[in-house]
Unconditional design. Structure first.
Length: 427
């Protein structure tokens, strides 16, 4: 029993000694902090004062609370300074002393500083909330603009330049279509996989080779139509064969299979071009020694061989066919020259003194006797309107147009300002 009492007393004395040791060490740090503060070494004072506070459970002296107030004030830690000042007022017994009044004045300053901080904090919070609301408002407007802009975006893979009539071809997937300079679709891209355009006329072919359907559009007249079926031209033909570039006079020339005549059609008059008085023509050709003979079956003889007369593509040039439906060549009535099909695979319609020859992989222009000449000026012309086609980074195209000094995205009758103008318009 005595041993137990002895051990208990030893533990009590050890705890008491340890407590006194902490307080003594804390007092050493307090003195260091006081010295630091007196020498204007505020950071060091703060460091030593902090070490003292870790060793003390509570502040029991007004002088320590006062020192904490002064240090924290100098470091602009006003919240901590206020807490120490309150402890000072609680611990101080000299309520009318100069020291007390000085700290009271300092307390008022601390309160003022804290008020300023709260005001500034409230101001910043208000600004933050306002900025957040503005950001949300702008994000909402941007989303609205984007949706409207997307609705005005042409979902095409390519758009060619507008011609002088403000019309351009475009490609969507595997198909070609036609649009004007405000984005109105004149021909949907759902049937035709190839295009031939020249002199303001566009031909749409349902197949790049040997098409079975052709749509022709005159951009000057702004009208189009499907050409007569090849079978209506010749019951034995199943496709149009080689399709030549259209010309400004509306002439379209193709070379159907299983046919002894060229398909020669004027899209302006919607009529096939035929020789009205073939017999008289043959007589004139024989009289001028361009052919040797002719017969009632529509054949002409050259170099003792008979050929089927294949029509008139213009400029006094006539396709001649072999009996196996192959083209033998082209008779130039101006001088009797025959342009052999081996060198002149297919010849297009005559316009402005020139014709286009298309061989496999190459093409060139000739005059009425087959001599090569400079290419004519394309009557497609240069667009001088207000619309511009702009490629979009994530795919598609938009048409931009300036109206009354403001740039818009347009599509048909719809229009949308650029994003910056849209945001300014909706403050």
């Amino acid at each position: 029993m005595k041993k137990i009492v002895y051990m208990f007393m030893l533990l009590f004395l050890s705890a008491n000694i340890w407590g006194q040791t902490n307080e003594e060490i804390a007092n050493v740090y307090i003195k260091k902090a006081q010295a630091n503060y007196a020498n204007l070494e505020v950071q060091d004072a703060h460091k030593n004062f902090g070490k003292a506070m870790k060793l003390l459970d509570t502040i029991k002296k007004a002088s320590i609370a006062r020192l904490g107030t002064l240090i924290q004030y100098e470091l602009s830690n006003f919240k901590e300074a206020k807490a120490y000042a309150k402890q000072y007022f609680t611990l101080s017994k000299k309520k009318k002393s100069e020291e007390y009044n000085q700290l009271l004045e300092l307390y008022v300053e601390i309160e003022d500083e804290l008020e300023k901080i709260e005001i500034e904090k409230a101001k910043k919070e208000k600004a933050r909330i306002a900025k957040e609301k503005e950001t949300k408002r702008l994000d909402s407007l941007k989303n609205i603009w984007k949706k409207r802009a997307d609705a005005l975006t042409l979902k095409y893979s390519t758009v060619n330049d507008f011609n002088k009539n403000g019309i351009a071809t475009f490609k969507q997937g595997d198909y070609y279509g036609l649009t004007n300079d405000v984005g109105t679709v004149l021909l949907k891209a759902d049937t035709y996989k190839a295009v031939k355009a020249f002199d303001g006329i566009v031909l749409f072919l349902n197949k790049a080779t040997n098409p079975t359907q052709i749509y022709a559009y005159n951009t000057q007249a702004k009208s189009g139509k499907v050409l007569p079926s090849v079978s209506s031209f010749n019951p034995l033909s199943t496709h149009y064969g080689a399709v030549m570039m259209p010309r400004g006079n509306g002439i379209v020339v193709t070379y159907p299979n299983n046919a002894l005549k060229a398909f020669i059609y004027n899209i302006n008059t919607n009529k096939f071009l035929t020789v009205d008085d073939q017999k008289t023509l043959f007589k004139d050709l024989k009289k001028t020694d361009k052919i040797e003979k002719y017969n009632k079956d529509g054949q002409v003889r050259l170099d003792r061989k008979w050929y089927n007369f294949g029509g008139h593509i213009g400029g006094g040039i006539f396709p001649l066919y072999n009996t196996d439906y192959s083209v033998y060549g082209f008779l130039c009535s101006i001088d009797g020259t025959v342009l052999k099909a081996t060198d002149y695979n297919a010849v297009g319609g005559f316009y402005k003194e020139k014709l286009l020859v298309e061989n496999e992989g190459t093409s060139f222009w000739v005059n009425q006797n087959g001599a090569k000449v400079k290419a004519p000026e394309n009557d497609n012309g240069t667009y001088d309107g207000a619309s511009k086609v702009i490629a979009i980074e994530n795919g598609g195209f938009r048409i931009h147009r300036e109206i009354d000094g403001v740039l818009y995205i347009i599509l048909g009758d719809e229009k949308l300002e650029m994003l910056e103008d849209f945001l300014r318009k909706h403050p």
